[in-house]
Design a protein around this ligand. Structure first.
Ligand code: IMP
Ligand code: MG
Length: 185
């Protein structure tokens, strides 16, 4: 009760524009097509809009990571790709690049499998807490050091299905994961 509503960061229109720009960058970079590898689950809305905005042939595939422990930077693959990326041009599709630890692991893994090239498209790029010096090649929005919800991004599984990006308060959400439900839906 009496909680401050989360702040709007990007409207559906702003997201559509950013996704359109990323799609034209990718279309220009890969005229012969590309494999888009979506990192589940946060990148799902971004991937769905991106595949319809590019004007090249794309294949899509999915993988999922999990942390070894809640606060650990170490990750492991909990769902692997179906396709063989050997010799393929690959673009990893991420919701947000934060520390860069997930990304470093995934890039290493795809290179180990002899992908011809591996690039990264991130809806959000939050550089403030970067640990490894990695930069996504295609970025929807440069993000301030805040916590984001919506358009795929979640807190404890909630809020992924918002059509916009909002900035939330992690302390408030830690007390009550449903704190924003009545304000946002
Ligand atoms: P990192 O770059 O390895 O630190 O991990 C980034 C991952 O953490 C993302 O793919 C998200 O799943 C999650 N994450 C990081 N920041 C946020 C946020 O602001 N909102 C929701 N999920 C986040
Ligand atoms: Mg993620």
């Amino acid at each position: 009760m009496g909680h401050k509503a989360p702040e709007l960061f990007a409207s559906p229109e702003a997201i559509e524009q950013a996704v359109g720009r990323v799609a034209s960058e990718i279309s220009q970079q890969y005229p012969d097509g590309v494999v888009l590898v979506s990192v589940l689950k946060g990148s799902l809305p971004f991937l769905a809009d991106l595949v319809r905005a590019v004007d090249i042939t794309v294949e899509v595939d999915f993988l999922a990571l999990s942390r070894f422990a809640a606060d650990s930077g170490r990750v492991r693959l909990v769902k692997d790709l179906d396709c063989d990326v050997t010799g393929r041009q690959v673009v990893l599709v991420e919701d947000i690049v934060d520390t860069g630890l997930s990304l470093a692991y995934l890039m290493g893994e795809l290179r180990r499998r002899s992908a011809a090239s591996v690039a990264v498209a991130a809806l959000l790029n939050r550089s403030a807490r970067r640990i490894l010096p990695l930069e996504p090649d295609h970025v929807g929005f440069e993000a301030p050091d805040e916590f984001f919800l919506g358009y795929g991004l979640d807190w404890a599984g909630r809020y992924r299905n918002l059509d916009r990006l909002v900035i939330g308060d992690p302390d408030l959400l830690a007390d009550d994961p449903d704190a924003y439900v009545s304000m946002l839906y």
